[in-house]
Ligand binder design. Structure first.
Ligand code: NAG
Ligand code: NAG
Ligand code: NAG
Ligand code: NAG
Ligand code: NAG
Length: 331
């Protein structure tokens, strides 16, 4: 599996210091796994995507949860899930919901007979469904237009002003410039996606939707029309243009409201980590948030087939941190 993991920790990153760290709580923001393209709704998590996100959950298990985890969270249950220790949140969307379920399967796999109960009459009930663990996944309220089916990512913010400002991007000079500069490029490739987009739709306005459809096809479709046009350079160009377009819709230094989804999310991370500190870890220690807000937060990270994940940890250390560090790691 190819997954880019961004580990965001604040503290010293030398191994001596890490040994002195005690992790108190973690917040994980995850993108969903590989899914079908938005151009052909309803979108769904693919088998490939299920495997990716399950592996991601397994990775985080080995990092934060299992008894021999490298960065075990203080006091977290290693095998049998304790629901008060984990808070999983997503939106009412098939792709995101299934991703969240797959992730927690990796985090807390079936435990066989380990979980059992003894009834009054002496009968022991254990190994139900192989000891499969049921972890509640909480649902954020969102309306139909915010689902993965829609190409509209900013929609998740639910903020009318942010959505309006995001649309302003299309009337900016920067947008117009990129659109006219890339017209020839998009038209030269339109026979690849003529099933899905008309010639008029084949431009920078649909950069993300087009890249999304091409990316899905490149992974799953054996018969792509004019596939010879999809050179490595062309695909890279489609992807970077999609990134650029989404970034433009999600961020503008002179218009802070445009990044409201990212700001709200950042506040949520802080509030979760503060709660861990204030409750001395008695409340939820691990928060998992699978939303597509991820886009407005770090939309320059590539789309679709690569899983992007951000983690935030709170820990105490016996050695005072001397500086902050940001360490991207690959798994
Ligand atoms: C932890 O234990 C499991 C099961 O015994 C093993 O597969 C895994 O490699 C161990 N991980 C580490 C980091 O030692
Ligand atoms: C014990 O109770 C359970 C649940 O009511 C029942 O299914 C089971 O047959 C009982 N076992 C015996 C030995 O009576
Ligand atoms: C950014 O916001 C400013 C102020 O609202 C606006 O004038 C400009 O066109 C915007 N630029 C882009 C690229 O959206
Ligand atoms: C592959 O692409 C072709 C042309 O766009 C389309 O007709 C076909 O349904 C696609 N097949 C799959 C498995 O997505
Ligand atoms: C998950 O993230 C969304 C988007 O930022 C936020 O609205 C929501 O409150 C978060 N939920 C939890 C419990 O972390």
């Amino acid at each position: 599996m190819k997954a880019n993991l961004l580990a965001l920790t604040f503290g010293i990153s030398t191994s001596a210091a890490q040994a002195a760290e005690t992790i108190l709580g973690v917040y994980i923001l995850s993108r969903h796994g590989d899914r079908t393209d938005k151009r052909h709704p309803p979108t769904k998590l693919t088998k490939l995507g299920y495997g990716q996100i399950l592996a991601s959950g397994e990775y985080f298990r080995s990092r934060y949860i299992s008894s021999n985890a490298t960065h075990r969270i203080l006091g977290i249950s290693s095998d049998e899930v304790v629901n008060s220790q984990i808070n999983v949140v997503t939106t009412d969307d098939t792709v995101l919901m299934n991703s969240a379920q797959a992730f927690v399967q990796g985090l807390y796999p079936p435990i066989g007979t380990l979980a059992s109960e003894k009834l009054r009459n002496g009968t022991v009930v254990g190994n139900v469904n192989g000891g499969y663990q049921l972890v509640p996944v909480h649902v954020l309220d969102n309306s139909a237009k915010n689902k993965e089916d829609t190409a509209w990512l900013q929609g998740t913010s639910g903020c009318t002003n942010a959505i309006k400002d995001s649309e302003n991007y299309k009337s900016s000079k920067e947008f117009e410039d990129v659109k006219s500069q890339t017209e020839g490029f998009y038209h030269s490739l339109e026979s690849v996606w003529s099933d899905s987009f008309t010639s008029e739709q084949s431009d920078f306005t649909n950069a993300y939707s087009i890249y999304d459809a091409v990316n899905y096809a490149l992974i799953h479709n054996e018969t792509i029309p004019s596939s010879e046009l999809l050179t490595t350079e062309a695909v890279f160009q489609l992807r970077t243009l999609a990134d650029k377009q989404q970034w433009g819709h999600a961020f503008n230094e002179s218009a802070p409201v445009r990044a409201i989804a990212g700001s709200t999310f950042a506040a949520d991370v802080i509030s979760h980590l503060e709660n861990v500190i204030e409750s001395k870890g008695r409340n939820s220690k691990l928060a998992f948030n699978s939303t597509h807000t991820a886009h407005s937060f770090h939309s320059s990270v590539s789309h679709s087939s690569l899983l992007s994940i951000l983690t935030f940890t709170v820990f105490q250390t016996t050695v005072p941190p001397s500086h902050s560090s940001y360490s991207p790691t690959k798994a």
